[in-house]
Design a protein around this ligand. Structure first.
Ligand SMILES: Cc1ncc(C[n+]2csc(CCOP(=O)(O)OP(=O)(O)O)c2C)c(N)n1
Length: 364
């Protein structure tokens, strides 16, 4: 079966709107244009970061190429009070949460000990351990529930939590355990699986005989399969799942069917294990191109706006390149920043010990 069959779709690959009996988009022209801008700029961010790695400025980079709609459509569905937990590939979600691209580069250049200020962005740092953060997200969601921030109906108070992970993570114990806890407690968490068809060199079809979303049935949570390259549909299904979570109706699993157009990371060569015909097929399903066609046909996007956006992309790339080369080494004590939201006696004690070592001049 083509993974692209039987999906929720609101905008097809040719840029035409599609009717769905349940989901309807509430996004008007300016809102769609904003999503288009986000997608174009995060692609630029990704291309620039990949180039910086090739120039020896970054140790590694995990490209998001092809997954812009899945990340932007869902990331823009989040409200300020919500909280997201992501993997190493969700630069588009980090963008939506207000993380500066240069801050992202600090991680990949090795000039940051762990993370940006998670509390400020309401986004935990890049998680490299596959699936671990599905449990962290579920625990966080249970905390929100116990703190009375679910189902109050008060706008801006009720919270939802999103855990982003890939198709490969669906085979991990942690993710399956998270499903058990989330459903047992009806926690306000949305599991957002980007099925990009590959877990490094392992294809999704070797991992599952059924569509991944169907696994939700066995755990007792709704499982939704959406065209992950259709930003309008991704936004609509995520808005609904987040509303369910915030209003106390429990978790949802969203499988966003997409394709990793690039390598797994800059250390990987996908030509060793996949067919170029697949790359060609998915190029025709490009998430940015179909929205571009639609917006141009509607008169929302024109040559002037496209050239403005192209300029914005070039300045972003210039800023990333220049700032990346100047990123300072982290201060040794910054390893203690952002470990917990507030003060912690054990962390404070360790900080004092390192301060003492530094002032003794034993290390610089
Ligand atoms: C617990 C754990 N096992 C193995 C790895 C090595 N590893 C890194 S990425 C990856 C594949 C993940 O694939 P998927 O979940 O589909 O996400 P994608 O990289 O495609 O976004 C693996 C096995 C790891 N980081 N953590």
């Amino acid at each position: 079966m083509d993974p692209f069959d039987s999906l929720i779709q609101l905008l097809d690959c040719n840029g035409s709107l599609v009717e769905d009996s349940h989901y309807h988009s509430t996004l008007d022209g300016p809102a769609l244009l904003a999503l288009y801008r986000d997608m174009v700029l995060v692609r630029q961010l990704d291309v620039q970061a990949t180039a910086l790695q090739r120039q020896g400025e970054l140790s590694l980079w995990a490209p998001l190429l092809g997954q812009e709609a899945a990340q932007i459509g869902s990331g823009r569905a989040l409200q300020a009070q919500d909280y997201a937990f992501t993997t190493y590939r969700e630069h588009g979600v980090a963008w939506c949460r207000g993380v500066d691209p240069v801050e992202m580069l600090r991680f990949w250049r090795g000039t940051m000990h762990q993370s940006w200020d998670a509390n400020l962005h309401r986004l935990y740092g890049y998680q490299v351990i596959i699936g671990a953060h599905a449990l962290h997200a579920t625990g966080y969601a249970m905390g929100a529930q116990y703190a009375g921030r679910v189902g109050t109906g008060e706008a801006g108070r009720d919270q939802a939590v999103v855990a982003y992970f890939g198709d490969g993570a669906m085979s991990e114990g942690d993710v399956n355990e998270a499903f058990v806890f989330a459903t047992a407690y009806q926690a306000p968490v949305v599991f957002f699986c980007q099925n990009n068809q590959w877990a490094i060199s392992e294809p999704t079809k070797r991992q599952s005989r059924v569509p991944l979303a169907q696994r939700a049935d066995g755990f007792g949570l709704p499982g939704i399969r959406v065209d992950g390259n259709d930003v309008i549909a991704v936004h609509a299904v995520t808005v609904e799942a987040l509303n369910r979570a915030r209003s106390g109706q429990g978790p949802t699993l969203i499988e966003a069917v997409t394709y990793r157009m690039g390598a797994h990371t800059t250390s990987d060569d996908p030509t060793k294990y996949r067919d170029s015909a697949d790359d060609e097929l998915w190029r025709g399903r490009d998430p940015i191109e179909r929205l571009r066609i639609y917006l141009r046909a509607e008169g929302v996007l024109n040559d002037d706006l496209e050239s403005e956006l192209a300029h914005e992309g070039v300045s972003l790339a210039d800023r990333m390149r220049e700032s990346c080369r100047e990123l300072p080494d982290p201060h040794p004590l910054s390893i203690f920043d952002h470990v917990y939201a507030g003060a912690d006696a054990r962390i404070d004690e360790q900080r004092r010990e390192v301060e003492r070592i530094l002032s003794d001049g034993q290390v610089s």
